[in-house]
Design a protein around this ligand. Structure first.
Ligand code: AP5
Length: 223
C-alpha cells in the first residue's frame, strides 16, 4: 500500500509517518529529510537548496522528482511507501503518477491532515528532533522522557531545524496555500482523498488514519 500524507508545515505528517513505519513496516520517503541530508553531507545540490529551504520556499520540481525517482527504485517489497511532503505541486503530482505507472506501482490513498494555521506556530517553534534516528518531539506536547535524551535511540544529539522560525513558517504557509493546497482538489477528483483532523491529540490522529486506510488495505489485499 502506497500513500501520501498531505498537509501544511507542522500538520503532523512526519509524526504520523513515523508511527506507520513502526506499526506497518512502511517506508517513509520524506523529500524534506532527503534535502536536509544532502545539505548536511555538503553535496553540490545540498548547497544549492540550503538558502531556498531556510527562506521557506519550495525547491525546484526537477530536484525533488529526481530524488523520489531514485528512492523508489530501492523501495520494492515491504509494507509500501509513505510519501511525506511530496508531492507539493501539481507538476510533482503528475510526475508521481507517471513514476508509479512506470515502476508498476499504485497510489492507494491520500490522507490530508487538516489543521488551523494558529496551531502551527506553536507546533513549529516547539519542535525538536533526534539527529541520529529522526524521532520528532515537541517542548510541550511531546517532550523526551529524560531531558536531552532521545526516547527512541538514547542519543543526546537533539536538534532544531533552521527553518523552524515564525518568519520562515509564514513563507512556508504561503507556499502551501499557493502551490500545494490545489492537490486537495486534485486527489479528491481522483477519488483518493481522505481528510483527517490533524488538530486532535496524536493518538486520535493515528486512529483516524488507520480507519481511513482500511478501504485501501482491503483493495491492496493486505488486511
Ligand atoms: P519538510 O521537511 O517536508 O517540512 P514541512 O512540510 O514544512 O513539514 P514539517 O516537517 O515542518 O511538518 P510535519 O507536518 O512533518 O509535522 P511534524 O510531524 O514534524 O520540508 C522542508 C523544506 O524542504 C520545504 O520548506 C522546502 O523548502 C523543501 N521541500 C521539501 N519537500 C519539497 C517538495 N516536495 N517540493 C519542493 N520543496 C520541498 O509535527 C510538528 C510538531 O508538532 C512536532 O513537534 C510534533 O511533535 C507536534 N505534533 C505533531 N502532531 C501533533 C498532534 N496531533 N498534537 C500536538 N502536537 C503534534
Amino acid at each position: 500500500m502506497n500513500i501520501i500524507l498531505l498537509g501544511p508545515p507542522g500538520a503532523g505528517k512526519g509524526t504520523q509517518a513515523g508511527i506507520l513505519v513502526k506499526q506497518r513496516g512502511m517506508l517513509q520517503l520524506s523529500t524534506g529529510d532527503m534535502l536536509r541530508a544532502a545539505r548536511s553531507s555538503g553535496t553540490e545540490m545540498g548547497q544549492r537548496v540550503a538558502g531556498v529551504m531556510d527562506r521557506g520556499e519550495l525547491v525546484t520540481d526537477e530536484i525533488v522528482i529526481g530524488l523520489i525517482d531514485e528512492a523508489l527504485d530501492g523501495a520494492r517489497g515491504g509494507g509500501g511507501v509513505i510519501f511525506d511532503g511530496f508531492p507539493r505541486t501539481l507538476a510533482q503530482a503528475d510526475a508521481l503518477a507517471g513514476l508509479l505507472t512506470r515502476k508498476g506501482l499504485s497510489l492507494d490513498a491520500v490522507i490530508e491532515l487538516r489543521v488551523d494555521d494558529d496551531a502551527l506556530v506553536d507546533r513549529i517553534t516547539g519542535r525538536f528532533s533526534c539527529g541520529d534516528c529522526g524521532a520528532v518531539y515537541h517542548d510541550r506536547t511531546r517532550p523526551t522522557q529524560v531531558d536531552g535524551v532521545c526516547d527512541s535511540c538514547g542519543s543526546t544529539n537533539l536538534k532544531r531545524r533552521a527553518d523552524d522560525t515564525e518568519e520562515s513558517l509564514r513563507q512556508r504557509l504561503m507556499e502551501y496555500y499557493k502551490k500545494t493546497s490545489p492537490l486537495v482538489g486534485y486527489y479528491h477528483a481522483h477519488g483518493q482523498l481522505a481528510v483527517v483532523n490533524g488538530l486532535a491529540p496524536m493518538a486520535e490522529v493515528e486512529a483516524a488514519i488507520s480507519a481511513a486506510l482500511k478501504p485501501a488495505l482491503q483493495t491492496a489485499g493486505d488486511s
